[in-house]
Design a protein around this ligand. Structure first.
Ligand SMILES: N[C@@H](CCC(=O)N[C@@H](CS)C(=O)NCC(=O)O)C(=O)O
Length: 207
């Protein structure tokens, strides 16, 4: 297997973090320079079928894109520690929170960065109003998550799951545009400090 990755990009980092939690370190990593357009080259597109990362290329040539699909496949290969749910009920709750975090927060935050940060102008036709609109949506979603985390250590279960990984990667990416968790969001700030202290937090970031 090969994992096509890009340092500093939030979606590949989800996969790197997920693998680190599972102690998997023997998958070949191929760095793709997004800012130089390496993902738009024919050789990459022929292989991956989509101009984005992460891509997990299996030994039979199948290219999996979408970070959540990749993590689900990796969970089947490396089931412990479990991060997608041990039974139907738990899996449904984890999926519910994973989608809430992805759609309500990670996607809006990512768009607010892409439409703002000067270095990302090569990837995005930047429209300041889009950034502002999505930033507002992200702020509202953060409030709900802060309430959820008031008396919990993790978003969806009694242990780290993909929902936590998606959220922390989104928050860290938004630091590029000086995003910080508001001082009064005690639940989220406590959770964020604990997530950032995990050894896996170093996965997929530059030194
Ligand atoms: N929903 C996809 C999103 C993948 C994605 O947008 N990746 C970004 C990097 S974080 C990318 O490759 N962008 C290339 C571009 O914008 O041209 C996933 O979760 O894997």
């Amino acid at each position: 297997m090969k994992l096509y990755d890009s340092l500093r990009a939030p979606n590949p980092r989800r996969v790197r973090w997920f693998l680190a939690e599972k102690g998997v370190d023997d998958i070949e990593i191929v760095d793709i320079d997004l800012l130089k357009g390496a993902h738009k080259q024919k050789s990459f597109l022929d292989r991956a079928g989509a101009a984005n990362v992460p891509v997990l290329e299996l030994d039979d040539g199948l290219a999996l894109t979408e970070s959540i699909a990749i993590c689900r496949y990796l969970e089947s290969l490396y089931p412990e520690p479990n991060m997608f749910g041990r039974d139907a009920r738990e899996a449904a709750v984890i999926e519910m929170w994973t989608r809430r975090v992805e759609l309500g927060l990670a996607n809006p935050l990512m768009l607010s960065v892409r439409h703002t940060h000067p270095a990302l102008a090569v990837l995005e036709n930047q429209i300041p109003a889009v950034a502002e609109n999505h930033r507002g949506a992200a702020d509202r979603a953060l409030q709900a998550l802060d309430v959820r985390l008031t008396d919990r250590d993790f978003i969806a279960a009694d242990r780290i799951t993909l929902a936590d990984i998606i959220l922390v990667c989104a928050i860290d990416f938004a630091r590029l545009v000086r995003f910080r968790l508001p001082e009064d969001m005690g639940g989220l700030r406590r959770w964020y400090a604990a997530m950032s202290a995990r050894p896996a937090a170093k996965a997929g970031v530059t030194a």
